[in-house]
Design a protein around this ligand. Structure first.
Ligand code: F6R
Length: 243
């Protein structure tokens, strides 16, 4: 696990975008796993600028980590809407190669199996981008006694519903469930890039890195078992870490 401490959010976003760019330059048909949330927004802005300067996304395949269950893709709070408005509409990614879990699918089990199958058919994820929840979740793999391995439907915790209510008009509108890649799906990625920014994330980053244990209480701690992980933290998120 490589830990990089960046001066601020801007530097973190630039570094993350550089890593993604290198992956695409190295292999133009890379399979990239994308995340939503506030943290990668700066990275996506950098990628849009890189595209304006000539970075070609036309051969990449994408798989998103998760989607709220019960929201149509057209809803402004859906992760479909987030990805198109913040990235995909501004780069030359082929819409046919974009995969985001379907928040309205009826046969969830079949959908989740197919999602796994499609990742495998694409050759696996070359680079997976992750944020981290204040409770240590990655994707919507919430702390629990057991962790689901493949893509699955999951209940969101109260803490996550509260945290995500900032995007909705009221907390009642926040979906209670989501379809998410499982920890197994994430761990099969060839390389993982986890981003953490701001004081809000300092406690969980310190807790996870200090403990050096793998526990389902902190789903992100499973990344200790992966051999190709970069963790990018800005100074605020690193403020409680022992140097
Ligand atoms: C998003 C996702 C979540 C977020 C996490 C952090 O697709 O799967 O795990 O990465 O909740 O969210 P932000 O970046 O908003 O703090």
């Amino acid at each position: 696990m490589r830990i990089h401490i960046l001066k601020n959010y801007e530097e973190l976003s630039k570094k993350a975008a550089e890593i993604i760019k290198s992956q695409i330059v190295l292999k133009d048909d890379s399979v990239i796993g994308f995340a939503t949330g506030s943290t990668p927004l700066g990275t996506y802005k950098e990628l849009i600028n890189m595209h304006k300067e000539g970075l070609d996304f036309s051969n990449i395949t994408t798989f998103n980590l998760d989607e709220y269950y019960g929201l149509p893709a057209s809803d402004v709070n859906s992760y479909h809407y987030f990805m198109y408005s913040n990235l995909f509409d501004h780069i030359n990614v082929s819409k046919k190669k974009v995969h985001i879990p379907d928040g309205e699918v009826k046969d969830v089990d079949k959908f989740c199996k197919d999602y796994e199958g499609n990742i495998a058919k694409a050759g696996g994820i070359d680079l997976q981008i992750l944020g981290i929840g204040k409770n240590g979740h990655i994707g919507f793999n919430e702390p629990d006694d057991n962790m689901d391995v493949p893509t699955h439907l999951t209940d969101l915790t109260e803490g996550t519903i509260n945290a995500n209510s900032r995007f909705f008009d009221s907390i009642d509108q926040v979906p209670k469930q989501a379809i998410t890649m499982g920890l197994g799906t994430i761990m099969k990625s060839k390389r993982i890039l986890l981003l953490a920014s701001g004081e809000d994330k300092a406690e969980i980053i310190e807790k996870m890195l200090k403990a050096q244990v793998v526990t389902t209480n902190i789903p992100a701690s499973f990344l200790f078992l992966h051999n190709n992980v970069d963790i990018l933290v800005d100074e605020k998120a690193a403020s409680l870490m022992e140097r």
